[in-house]
Design a protein around this ligand. Structure first.
Ligand SMILES: NC(=O)c1ccc[n+]([C@@H]2O[C@H](COP(=O)([O-])OP(=O)(O)OC[C@H]3O[C@@H](n4cnc5c(N)ncnc54)[C@H](OP(=O)(O)O)[C@@H]3O)[C@@H](O)[C@H]2O)c1
Length: 231
């Protein structure tokens, strides 16, 4: 199985590459700055190829698609994400109507994932597994939003969720599935040290859920615990 992983230099993306490699899969691992991706560089070689990719740059996404050539890609893991800046409360946002952080967060978390999915569709069509997997967040769930705030992050992940549902509908006829998955609250730079879930456990669960998901599950909001997440 050959998978593309974005945001592969640290956190969930890096661990995904590690676990894919460990179980014998091939990873096309994407990082914004490969030259400083030390942990990822240690995995490079047999079955791990590193690509430069900034998901906000159309030329960078096109270059990835070109570098993959005629390769068949089985699964695209859209993992790259940002938390949306420090000023995401209602009060802070009302004071600073520039909302630059919202636009930037959208560009990575939602539009960036769409850019990658669209550019790699020809490769996924050639694959045998045919899955698009987008790492979302419980904070993108409308049902789960009982505390407000975090506008940029919540809005971007809700948009990602909608993107996945549309891809699922539009690609079902070709046998290509699209899912969002909540990885839990994970010990990474983004999740911070208080997060309860080691990144190894989260990624192990992500792979279990993605491996088990079929075309019948396409368009669903998967959850690392094995249950569906409420939209
Ligand atoms: N950790 C959690 O508790 C948690 C919970 C729910 C959802 N998630 C989601 O899980 C995913 C991975 O999060 P994480 O915890 O592993 O975060 P992380 O440790 O902060 O890693 C984020 C990754 O995204 C990459 N990235 C950021 N902007 C990018 C861009 N423009 N182009 C390409 N790559 C870019 C980063 O690359 P650089 O190093 O170059 O910045 C890094 O590899 C994210 O989508 C996040 O929203 C995480």
């Amino acid at each position: 199985m050959r998978a593309v992983v974005t945001g592969a230099n640290r956190g969930i993306g890096l661990e995904l590459v590690r676990q894919l490699h460990a179980r014998g899969d091939t990873a096309e691992a994407c990082a914004r700055e490969p030259e400083s991706a030390d942990a990822l560089q240690k995995l490079a070689g047999h079955r791990v190829t590193i690509h430069r990719l900034d998901v906000t740059e159309p030329a960078s996404v096109r270059a990835l698609a070109a570098a993959l050539g005629d390769a068949a890609i089985d699964i695209v893991f859209n993992v790259a994400g940002v938390y949306g800046g420090a000023h995401q409360s209602l009060r802070q946002m009302a004071e600073d109507l520039a909302l630059d952080d919202v636009a930037r967060t959208f560009d990575v978390n939602a539009t960036g994932a769409l850019r990658v999915a669209l550019a790699l569709l020809p490769h996924v069509r050639r694959g045998s597994v045919k899955k698009l997997v987008h790492v979302t967040s419980g904070m993108g769930s409308i049902t789960d939003n009982t505390s407000g705030g975090y506008y940029a992050y919540r809005m971007s992940k809700a948009a990602l969720n909608m993107m996945s549902r549309s891809l699922a509908i539009d690609l079902r006829g070709e046998g290509i599935a699209s899912y969002v998955i909540n990885p839990g609250w994970v010990q990474t730079d983004m999740g911070g040290p208080s997060a309860p879930t080691p990144v190894t456990d989260s990624v192990c669960a992500i792979l279990r859920e993605v491996d088990g998901a079929t075309l019948a599950d396409s368009g669903e909001f998967l959850n690392w615990t094995g249950k569906r997440y409420a939209w």
